[in-house]
Write a protein that binds this ligand. Structure first.
Ligand code: GRF
Length: 216
């Protein structure tokens, strides 16, 4: 069966991108990384993608007259490479409504909190400040509603009494690297469906779309 063509959008470090590139190398993985797009030319993730032999495209957001023009330029690159699924991995731009509509049901994001708690930025600090005992990460479909699209899967990570934002972020990140390749696999296998804003994964009980961190 043809592999699902994945396009990854980044702006920085690219550790989730690297986890997906690594996962896609495994025999029988149903997705291939067809393209990495960055809006930042010197993002460390771009060099990682290039050294793995992945096609890259730089689409700078500066100098574009408006958000939609930028979005259309990104989309054109994705289409040129035959991308089926858009995966946001630390992509630090907010789309115009056009982009999520264009890729509806074929665009996902990973966010370092258990949504709908703690949207936006600095979410690990938000979790610590709120005194929650558990946080984690969420993979969700991207809609016009920022950090608000249907949730596909989550991983739970304990918040420790003396946690720092960096410490918690690092432990969440390790779970992101487990969760994202798993969700891309489910999508590539055509097992993910959405009804009334709720996502089901065929053959995976709802409880198994929640991972638990093996770390304290
Ligand atoms: C991750 O924390 C992810 O949840 C958030 O942005 C960060 C990206 O990190 N959306 P990396 O570039 O994948 O290392």
């Amino acid at each position: 069966m043809a592999k699902l063509k994945v396009g990854i959008l980044i702006s920085g470090r690219g550790s989730n991108m690297a986890a997906l590139i690594e996962a896609a190398k495994a025999d029988g993985y149903p997705g291939e990384i067809a393209l990495v797009v960055s809006n930042v030319a010197d993002a460390p993730g771009v060099a990682i993608a290039q050294s793995s032999g992945i096609a890259t495209a730089i689409v700078p957001h500066r100098g574009q007259p408006d958000r939609e023009t930028f979005d259309r330029a990104v989309s054109a690159e994705l289409e040129r490479h035959g991308v089926d699924l858009v995966v946001l991995a630390g992509f630090m731009r907010i789309f115009s409504p056009w982009f999520p509509q264009r890729w509806k049901g074929r665009i996902i994001n990973i966010h370092p909190s258990l949504l709908p708690a703690f949207k936006g930025l600095h979410v690990q600090q938000q979790a610590i400040d709120a005194g929650v005992r558990v946080s984690g990460c969420t993979v969700h479909f991207v809609t016009e509603d920022l950090d608000g699209g249907p949730i596909i899967a989550q991983a739970a990570v304990p918040v420790l009494a003396d946690d720092t934002s960096d410490g918690l972020a690092g432990r969440i990140l390790r779970q992101e690297h487990r969760l994202y390749p798993l969700v891309v696999r489910w999508l590539a296998e055509g097992r993910v469906s959405t009804e009334d804003g709720r996502v089901a994964v065929a053959g995976v009980p709802a409880g198994a779309t929640l991972l638990f961190s093996p770390e304290p």
